[in-house]
Design a protein around this ligand. Sequence first.
Ligand SMILES: *[C@@H]1O[C@H](CO)[C@@H](O)[C@H](O)[C@H]1NC(C)=O
Ligand SMILES: *[C@@H]1O[C@H](CO)[C@@H](O)[C@H](O)[C@H]1NC(C)=O
Length: 194
Amino acid sequence: MALKKLAFFLLSAVVFSTAVAATRPGSGGNSTEFIRTCCGATRYPRLCFNSMAGYANAVQEDPVQVAQLATNLTLARIGSLAGRVKQLRRGASGRVAAALVDCTEALGDAADEARRTAAELTGLEAATGPEVAWRVSNAQTWMSAALTNEDTCTDGFDGVSSGPVKAEVCRRIRRVMQFTSNALALVNNLVNSR
Ligand SMILES: *[C@@H]1O[C@H](CO)[C@@H](O)[C@H](O)[C@H]1NC(C)=O
Ligand SMILES: *[C@@H]1O[C@H](CO)[C@@H](O)[C@H](O)[C@H]1NC(C)=O
């Protein structure tokens, strides 16, 4: 079931990015518009634009910077969710507590993978030849793995009966997965824009 969900996320990321990437985003020298165009290649364009528009000056009109910013924002989201899960563990017991422990581990792995994605993108503008494709491919692999680990956290709650903790964690995970899916789409976009 997790795999099916993941396949859906990956497929949509790929489909959305190929739809837009054929033409490299052009915006007539407006970084804000550039971000909007890039975000058109994602599954959650409004979330993408709203979260990144404030950084328009930092990313200029560089698709690598846009992908890296999305990755940075994803990493921050994973980190704050992990903090919240840790907090929730204090008052939890039984199956909920067990699910939260597994979730902490899965989020730790996801954060590690988002960090590796960012590392592959760092300085990519200056890379040439086969190194570019290689690093973009690695970044895609890491970001996909992060998405899988986030999904693992939700799966851990499958056997847990409904309650406020389950509801909150699953809601927050969904949001983190939206950020991650967007970052993955922006990384996928680099395949065609470079
Ligand atoms: C860029 O676009 C935004 C909104 O689309 C607009 O508010 C802003 O004035 C534009 N900036 C420039 C320099 O054209
Ligand atoms: C992403 O985060 C790294 C490490 O904090 C930073 O060096 C880099 O400038 C950030 N990139 C963007 C586009 O925000």
